[in-house]
Design a protein around this ligand. Structure first.
Ligand SMILES: [Mg+2]
Length: 199
């Protein structure tokens, strides 16, 4: 018997645009990750979807790029407080994550020590491998739900099945080999249906 026999599958989740709303900041002119705790808002249906996935025995792990500090837009403390607010909002609705792994660097950053190549930044699978090792996760049978092609690329690099959340996606559907869904609740439905068929 290998030491991996207790491994369980996971849903790896991008955070911004999948679990929490992206915010428009006039200062930067972009919709982007919340840069302060008071700007964190869960997207509709996220907490129940996470509860359903957890009830089906999936570990829930956030893998997120947070380059706001590297780009000089927010302090590291503000980004951490935004994380804590995010976790607290989930807890208010009885949803709990097994882990959150952030990459704070950016190749074009302006802040020393956080600028330049980042091993742990998506689309690289580095943080997926670290999470799998720390939480004893089986990457086969696991999924990655994200709203960018970098999430899909990360999924492929890590051997996960990707689901792409498309804000303009009207319905769930396949596009070639890529599964698309309009939001996390729809993605969870796809995952859980597949699971009950396999059972
Ligand atoms: Mg995103």
């Amino acid at each position: 018997m290998g030491i991996d026999t207790l491994s369980r599958p996971a849903i790896f989740l991008d955070r911004d645009g999948v679990l929490v709303e992206e915010i428009f900041y006039p200062r930067t002119g972009e919709r982007e990750a919340p840069l302060a705790p008071e700007d964190v808002r869960l997207l509709p249906g996220v907490a129940p979807a996470l509860r359903h996935l957890a009830a089906a025995d999936y570990a829930l792990v956030v893998i997120s790029n947070q380059a706001g500090y590297a780009k000089g837009k927010a302090s590291l403390r503000a980004l951490w407080l935004a994380h804590e607010r995010f976790v607290a909002l989930l807890a208010e609705q009885d949803a709990k994550l097994d882990g959150c792994y952030y990459s704070y660097g950016h190749p074009d950053g302006i802040v020393p020590h956080f600028s330049g190549p980042s091993l742990d930044r998506k689309p690289g699978p580095y943080n997926v491998f670290i999470a799998a090792a720390q939480l004893d996760l089986d990457r086969q049978g696991s999924w990655m739900v994200g709203d960018r092609q970098t999430d899909v690329a990360c999924a492929h690099a890590a051997g996960l099945r990707p689901i792409l959340i498309t804000s303009c996606g009207k319905a769930s559907g396949h596009d070639g080999d890529l599964i698309r869904a309009p939001d996390l609740p729809s993605a969870a439905e796809i995952i859980l249906k597949g699971r009950s068929r396999a059972a």
